[in-house]
Design a protein around this ligand. Structure first.
Ligand code: NAP
Length: 298
C-alpha cells in the first residue's frame, strides 16, 4: 500500500497540534517539521523541502499570529504570512499537489453588521491582517489547487489563546475587565483540524473537489466579554473560585493593532460545497475546558 504523505507546517501551533491528533485514514503519513527543520522565512528551503518530499498535499498552519507585535515586526509578519505562502504555493504547483492554507477574520475591517461571506471585500486594519491577506493572494495566484480556510478566535488546550489567558487572569485577579464591543466567532482548533482533514482528503482523492476561499468557525457569535462569561460560568460550575467580570469598551483597552468591531464569518459556502455543519462554540469550549481542568497550572 502506497502511503499518502502530508506536509503540515506550523505543526506545533494550536491548529497544527490538533491536526497531528486527528484520526486520519490508515494510509496517511504526516510530516510536521519543526521551525529548525523547516524555517518558513527561508523561502528556498521551502521549495527544496517540497520538491524532495514526495508529498500528496501541503497544509500550511504556520503563521506569525502575534497581532499586536506585528505592528512593530512588520517584516517578519510579512515574511511568514505573505512570502512563505507564496513559496508554498509555487512549490506545490510545481509538484502538482493541493495546498490548504489557513487565514483569518482579520482580513475584514468589521464595518459590516452581518456575518462576512467569502465575497465580501477585504480591508484589513493592521499589519497582521494585511500580511495574511497578501498571503491569501499569493496562494490564490500561485496554485489553482488551493483551499484558503479563514477562521477566527481560535482556542485550544495548548499554545497561547484567550481562554488560557482568561483562566490565568482569573486565578490572579478579583476583577477582570474584558472588551464587550468586538463581535466574533470563537472556534476550537480541534474543529478546524477536523474540517481541514476532510478538505485535504477530498482534494487528494478527487481532482474536481471544490477549491477557493472558505470560512469555517464554530456557530454562534460572542464578544470577548460574553466569551469570558461563558468560560467562567463553566469554571464556577466545576467548583472553582471565579473573578468578577467587567465589560469595557475597546477604547478602554488600547492595543497597538486595531481590531474589527464585527468579524463574524458565514460558513454557508463550506456547508454547500463540503457538507460541513459547525457545532456551537459553547459546546466546543466545554471539551477544551474539560482538558484544561486537569492542568494543575490553571
Ligand atoms: N490564533 C487565532 O486566534 C487565529 C484566528 C484566525 C486565524 N488564525 C490562523 O490560523 C492559523 C493557525 O493559527 P494557530 O493559532 O494554530 O497559530 P499558532 O498557534 O501561533 O501556530 C503558528 C505556528 O507557526 C509556526 N511558525 C511561526 N514562524 C515560523 C517560522 N519562521 N518557521 C516555521 N514555523 C513557524 C510556529 O512555530 P513555533 O511553534 O516554533 O513558534 C507555530 O507552530 C494561522 O494561519 C492563523 O493566522 C488564527
Amino acid at each position: 500500500m502506497k502511503m499518502r504523505r502530508l506536509l503540515i507546517t506550523g505543526g506545533m501551533g494550536q491548529v497544527g497540534t490538533e491536526l497531528l491528533n486527528c484520526h486520519w485514514p490508515a494510509d496517511t503519513e504526516l510530516v510536521a517539521p519543526t521551525r529548525q527543520e523547516l524555517d518558513l522565512s527561508d523561502f528556498d528551503s521551502i521549495g527544496t523541502y517540497i520538491s524532495q518530499g514526495e508529498f500528496d498535499a501541503v497544509i500550511n498552519c504556520g503563521a506569525y499570529t502575534a497581532v499586536d507585535k506585528a505592528e512593530s515586526e512588520v517584516l517578519t509578519a510579512w515574511k511568514i504570512n505573505a512570502l512563505a505562502p507564496a513559496a508554498l504555493a509555487a512549490a506545490t504547483k510545481i509538484a502538482g499537489i493541493p495546498l490548504v492554507h489557513l487565514s483569518t477574520d482579520y482580513v475584514f475591517d468589521g464595518s459590516k453588521i452581518e456575518p462576512y461571506t467569502e465575497d465580501d471585500p477585504v480591508a484589513p486594519l493592521g499589519v497582521y491582517g494585511a500580511s495574511k491577506e497578501a498571503g491569501e493572494q499569493a496562494v490564490r495566484t500561485g496554485n489553482p489547487r488551493h483551499v484558503i480556510l479563514r477562521t477566527a478566535w481560535v482556542f485550544s488546550a495548548h499554545g497561547s489563546n484567550f481562554v488560557k489567558t482568561m483562566l490565568r487572569l482569573g486565578k490572579e485577579r478579583e476583577l477582570v475587565k474584558v472588551v464587550d464591543d468586538q463581535m466574533g466567532c470563537p472556534t476550537a482548533a480541534s474543529d478546524i483540524a477536523a474540517v481541514v482533514r476532510q478538505i485535504v482528503v477530498r482534494l487528494i482523492e478527487d481532482l474536481k473537489a471544490p477549491v477557493g476561499t472558505y470560512h469555517f468557525v464554530n456557530s454562534g457569535a460572542a464578544t470577548w466579554c460574553t466569551f469570558a462569561l461563558d468560560l467562567f460560568t463553566k469554571r464556577e460550575a466545576a467548583g472553582f473560585k471565579v473573578p468578577k467580570i467587567e465589560a469595557i469598551a475597546t477604547e478602554d483597552y488600547p492595543t497597538p493593532a486595531r481590531r474589527p468591531r464585527n468579524s463574524q464569518l458565514s460558513t454557508e459556502k463550506l456547508k454547500r460545497d463540503y457538507g460541513v455543519q459547525p457545532r456551537d462554540w459553547p459546546t466546543a469550549l466545554e471539551d477544551v475546558f474539560r482538558l484544561l481542568s486537569t492542568d494543575a497550572n490553571l
